[in-house]
Design a protein around this ligand. Structure first.
Ligand code: PMP
Length: 283
């Protein structure tokens, strides 16, 4: 069952609990995380929390709740959902205060939801998905997982209108990331992905894939990828918490490789699945 939490109370996921004067609602003045729970156990929880605390600090959000007590709420929410496989959404905002651009002297708001896995059709995972290319029109601090997602939404909607799953964003002729994913190209059995900088989010799934590649001795290069390299790649894939490792078999009108998910992408998908199963297995 879907359940939610808002400022100290567990509530129904559709309950109207957020007052109008709430800064997340009015300004998108906050940060968030999406964490996947497999077999009742959060996957890479510490890494997600590290990023959440980092994002909060980056926007000067006074989120000083101890990690242990914050985790306790997450675990309670998971338990209340009665679900084994679910997505937990966490949001911290600058709180409840009459609308004014200046920071209020108010406690932060914490909201969470727990919902069944958002399912991406299995055929995408198996046969690959399509993407469009789109200019990256976002701000200069995309390493912060901010609630402000308007440019991401606009680009994703363009992708959807074109019958595609994702928009791959580019800045100065080079790829940055997807609207809600990191992007990788494979050429001559080498994985390449945009280096971490303020222009992209340090994806947790990206980190998992990097560890997998290193363990399997697959060359993994963090370096800028030009648009032409995307089109000429042998394989392309994207990663995110909810889409895991997703093959991209067409960008715009151009087929990638032979238009089928490539062998290395398949291998990474299998390794990723094995990792999520292994680290969330019953003790
Ligand atoms: N980049 C952006 C812009 C995203 O929104 C996401 C999804 N949170 C990602 C990358 C992938 O991050 P993760 O693997 O941590 O879900």
């Amino acid at each position: 069952m879907s359940v939610a939490y808002f400022n100290g109370k567990f509530v129904g996921s559709n309950d109207p609990v957020v007052p109008i004067d709430e800064r997340g609602h009015q300004f998108g003045d906050g940060v968030y995380e999406v964490i996947r729970i497999y077999n009742n156990k959060p996957f890479m929880l510490e890494e997600h929390l590290d990023r959440l605390y980092m994002s909060a600090e980056a926007i000067a959000l006074a989120f000083d709740q101890s990690r242990e007590s914050f985790k306790e709420i997450i675990f309670q929410l998971i338990e209340r959902s009665g679900l084994d496989n679910l997505d937990v959404y966490l949001q911290i905002t600058r709180g409840l205060a009459p609308r004014n651009h200046l920071f209020p002297d108010a406690p932060v708001s914490i909201s969470m939801t727990a919902k069944p896995f958002r399912s991406i059709p299995a055929e995408f995972r198996e046969r690959g998905a399509k993407a469009i290319l789109h200019p990256d029109e976002r701000w200069m601090n995309c390493y912060i997982k901010s609630l402000n997602l308007l440019p991401n939404l606009l680009a994703k909607q363009e992708a959807h209108k074109a019958g595609c799953l994702e928009a791959i964003l580019h800045r100065d002729g080079k790829l940055t990331e997807g609207t809600s994913s990191n992007v990788f190209v494979i050429k001559d059995s080498r994985i390449r992905t945009t280096p971490l900088s303020r222009h992209i989010l340090a994806g947790i799934t990206r980190m998992a894939v990097q560890r997998i590649a290193q363990a399997a001795a697959i060359p993994f290069e963090e370096r800028h990828v030009a648009i032409e390299e995307l089109y000429e790649a042998d394989e392309v894939f994207i990663t995110s918490t909810t889409s895991e490792v997703m093959p991209i078999v067409q960008v715009g009108e151009k087929l990638i490789g032979d238009g089928q998910p490539g062998q290395l992408t398949r291998l990474l998908q299998r390794h990723f699945q094995a990792l999520t199963t292994a680290v969330t297995a019953d003790a």
